[in-house]
Design a protein around this ligand. Structure first.
Ligand code: SF4
Length: 360
């Protein structure tokens, strides 16, 4: 273990946590992490290999780019083909294949696609280019949704007529309920996301413990944070308890961030959303409220969208449900690589397939 411990900033602390996990672990248990940053931290620091025999760490639908459906990507591509539109998006999204194209391919074909690092960058782009219609692609969970809500509010305050959003935002709790009810995977506990929980707090996960008896621990992103979260889960399993606990107290308040939640609620309302691998989940998406309809790119431009086609052979759906490890996909490494990705789980830096490719 000495070698593996070198990956940790504080090897003594890590050793103590690993010993506690080993002492408390049941004979068998499957834990799922549902945050792309946790997926990468677990892979990069060899945490899977530090678990006792019988403890299995599965990756879930925590990568926002990965869970974005082909239909959503196709709609963004349709928007990119509107002559006056320039798409503003995070870099990862440009490489995600839709049914027959990608934003990168559209850019190569002469459409306007700009990489931005925040919705406020897109807002700036709109201010600086009054003759172009800037469409920001809003993907992500509650960590990014408040920023997009604030950008829309600011665009209204500035009377900006050339800024709209394609909204594919999602919330996590509904997806977790689908996963827990999936008969192909028996989950014993959840490692809950730190970033999302800084916004939503602990309350929205309470049903996991109360309705399903599944323990959950919200934890941070340092390797020792992840180990601490797992150790707290093991203690709950050992004591036969199911609670939602916070290991990431330096970042997460039980009630979340009321200002960010109010911004989401002012601009968005929940709606059904289609997740890659999980299908349509009621209440798991956000759409722009009618009061802000002029900032909704689909309502403004109403482009024709091609019929959805799934990627042949790609098993991203099964990977996102945690029922298949990326290395079990027949295309992994042979056909599908970060340079030539077949599915989004290989494109995104937070995708499970990309993490497995890099670290296993
Ligand atoms: Fe899809 Fe590639 Fe992952 Fe297979 S390895 S599930 S083809 S992204």
């Amino acid at each position: 273990m000495q070698q593996e411990l070198k990956a940790f900033k504080d090897p003594a602390l890590a050793r103590g946590l690993i010993e506690s996990i080993q002492a408390l672990a049941p004979e068998s248990a499957t834990l799922m992490e549902v945050c792309g940053t946790h997926t990468v931290a677990i892979a990069r620091n060899g945490i899977r290999g530090l678990m006792p025999e019988g403890v299995h760490l599965a990756s879930g639908p925590g990568c926002p780019v990965c869970v974005t459906s082909n239909h959503d990507i196709d709609k963004v591509i349709a928007l990119a083909r509107v002559p006056e539109v320039a798409i503003a998006t995070f870099g990862d999204m440009t490489r995600v294949p839709g049914s027959t194209s990608s934003l990168l391919a559209e850019q190569a074909a002469g459409r306007s696609v700009e990489i931005v690092y925040s919705p406020l960058d897109a807002l700036r782009l709109a201010q600086e280019n009054p003759d172009r219609q800037i469409v920001f692609v809003g993907v992500g969970f509650e960590t990014t949704t408040p920023l997009v809500a604030m950008a829309i509010k600011r665009a209204r305050a500035m009377d900006l007529a050339n800024f709209t959003v394609y909204g594919a935002h999602k919330n996590m709790p509904g997806a977790l309920e689908v996963i827990i009810n999936d008969p192909s995977l028996k989950l014993d506990a959840l490692i809950l996301p730190g970033h999302v929980s800084t916004i939503i707090g602990a309350e929205p996960y309470r049903f996991l413990a109360e309705k399903y008896g599944i323990p959950g621990v919200i934890t941070g992103f340092e390797p020792v944070d992840v180990l601490q979260g797992i150790a707290m889960i093991m203690r709950q399993l050992h004591e036969g308890r199911a609670d939602i606990e916070i290991a990431y107290a330096r970042g997460v308040m039980p009630e979340g961030n009321p200002v960010a939640l109010a911004a989401i609620d002012e601009v968005f309302e929940t709606c059904a959303a289609t997740w890659r691998g999980l299908g349509e989940i009621p209440g798991s998406g956000y759409r722009i409220r009618d009061e802000f309809a002029e900032f909704d790119a689909m309502r403004r431009f109403q482009p024709d969208v091609e019929e959805v086609r799934e990627h042949k052979g790609c098993r991203c759906g099964d990977v996102l449900r945690g029922i298949m490890a990326p290395s079990e996909c027949p295309l992994f490494r042979k056909v599908c690589t970060p340079e030539n990705p077949v599915g989004p789980c290989m494109v995104s830096s937070e995708g499970s397939c990309a993490a497995y490719y890099r670290y296993y």
